[in-house]
Design a protein around this ligand. Structure first.
Ligand code: PFF
Length: 455
């Protein structure tokens, strides 16, 4: 893949597997490893997982394919893609880019926490099994005014450095090694976590839905998580699709990416929640879960420090392959639309993203924890709500309406299958979902999100 600004000679993915791993590299990140387990923990466990899986199947696959189609057919990023097909729709592309920009501001704060944990793991700081101590260590760290900002800055610098160099070749190559590495590593740690005494309660909590816990909040959280985790609604998948060759069958690709993403989310859930139960921690404990319980698991493991280092490094890679795709979305927009050079665009946007991330970091400590923005939420949670629960569904809703009603599902299906046949009436089902189920479903959920703004 070349720099996204070299439109004349557009490169293409080296191989289908390479593309799938790279797209999965964008999809698999902190959303799976950090956010999925704690969001499940806060939303009733099994019932959240059940709704999440249903939404991935119905909406995730459909929109993933829609974005790939839009990108491949136009060979352009989101703004250009909409514009090429219908001039008046180009603003929809901007919504996604705005969302990805806002997300990278706080994504980098969490990325910084991962960096800090790598440093701690190297210093042998994970010899503690007492969850109370681990919790205090974590909350003291994220609540401090300065140290997390330094790590946030470092993470943003890594992201910025890679994006500035253009994301050529590297992403595809690195993802091919790192994704399988992460998968194997997760399985090893999952086995350790599931064999801790008392761990089965966590497995049950995650896999056995209790439908009495089902409410709108759970559905909202699940849909937000589907968009976030699959990198949907931000134009990133459109951009990745634009580098696909015309011979590729998109139906298959749009199946594997969500599949890999979902496997990693479930593995992470099955690693963290059993440990939460075994170590006597609260499943609804929030963003700290990964950072509090896993060190406890490592401490009790043979070669724990070694596994801790390896694990947090792999998480860092997963986070970086996601954060570069997040920042790249707005950088390529400035390069393509406003004719900035890549270096200037990357540095300017990276610095602004760092600055907007500062209050997200401070929101975890005494400096800003009392300040509330949307609905009594602190700055960090408000940003995440605004981007994930408002902008992303809005952009997904408009995407479905665009493909279903404006551009037309026939053309889309033709593009996806290279005018070939699809078995089992899949094309019809897909068209039905994109025309009716996705707009009505996402529209309703989006409306509920808007309502919570006024409640
Ligand atoms: N999908 C990534 C994750 O789960 O961590 C986050 C992300 C990356 C979202 C890229 C959106 C995106 F465009």
């Amino acid at each position: 893949m070349t720099d996204l600004n070299q439109k004349q000679e557009r490169d293409q993915w080296g191989s289908k597997v390479g593309f799938i791993f790279a797209a999965a590299g964008s999809a698999v990140g902190l959303g799976n490893l950090w956010k999925f387990p704690y969001t499940a923990g806060q939303n009733g466990g099994g019932v959240f997982v059940f709704i999440y899986l249903a939404l991935v199947l119905i909406i995730g696959f459909t929109l993933m394919m829609a974005e790939l189609i839009l990108g491949r057919t136009t060979q352009l990023g989101p703004v250009g893609a909409y514009r090429k097909l219908k001039e008046k729709w180009s603003w929809v592309g901007y919504i996604g880019v705005l969302a990805s920009f806002l997300i990278v501001t706080f994504y980098s704060v969490i990325g910084g926490w991962i960096l800090k944990y790598i440093v701690t793991a190297f210093q042998g700081g994970f010899n503690v099994t007492d969850v109370a101590i681990l919790e205090t260590t974590f909350t003291n760290f994220i609540g401090a005014p300065v140290e997390p900002l330094i790590y946030h800055g470092a993470f943003m610098l890594i992201t910025l450095g890679i994006v500035m160099g253009g994301i050529s070749g590297g992403i595809e190559k690195a993802s091919k090694v790192l994704m399988p590495g992460l998968l194997i590593m997760m399985v090893v740690i999952m086995i350790r976590s599931m064999t801790l005494p008392g761990a089965m309660a966590g497995v049950e909590y995650l896999l056995k839905p209790d439908f009495t816990m089902l409410n709108m909040k759970v559905v909202l959280a699940a849909l937000g998580q589907v968009f976030f985790s699959l990198s949907l609604g931000m134009g990133v998948i459109i951009t990745y699709g634009s580098y696909l060759s015309k011979n590729e069958n998109l139906v298959e690709s749009s199946f594997y990416i969500p599949l890999l993403d979902t496997i990693l989310a479930l593995l992470s859930g099955l690693t963290i929640l059993p440990a939460v139960f075994a170590l006597g921690f609260d499943p609804a404990g929030g963003p700290g879960l990964l950072f509090i319980t896993l060190p406890g698991v490592f401490a009790g493991m043979p070669f724990g420090s070694f596994f801790a280092i390896l694990f947090f490094i792999l998480v860092l890679f997963a986070a970086v392959t996601s954060s570069i795709s997040l920042l790249e979305a707005s950088v390529s927009l400035f390069v393509d639309e406003f004719k900035w050079n890549r270096k200037k665009a990357t540095i300017t946007l990276g610095v602004i993203a760092f600055l907007i991330g500062v209050p997200s970091s401070l929101a975890n400590g005494p400096v800003m924890s009392d300040m509330t923005f949307i609905n009594g939420m602190n700055f960090f949670d408000s940003m995440s709500f605004f981007a994930e629960n408002l902008l992303l569904p809005l952009s997904g809703l408009l995407l479905a309406i665009f493909i279903g009603w404006i551009w037309g599902t026939d053309k889309a299906v033709e593009e996806a299958t290279n005018s070939g046949q699809v078995k089992f009436g899949l094309a019809k089902a897909w068209a039905f979902i994109i025309k009716w189920v996705a707009p009505l479903g996402i529209g309703y959920i989006f409306f509920q999100s808007v309502l919570t703004l006024f409640s």
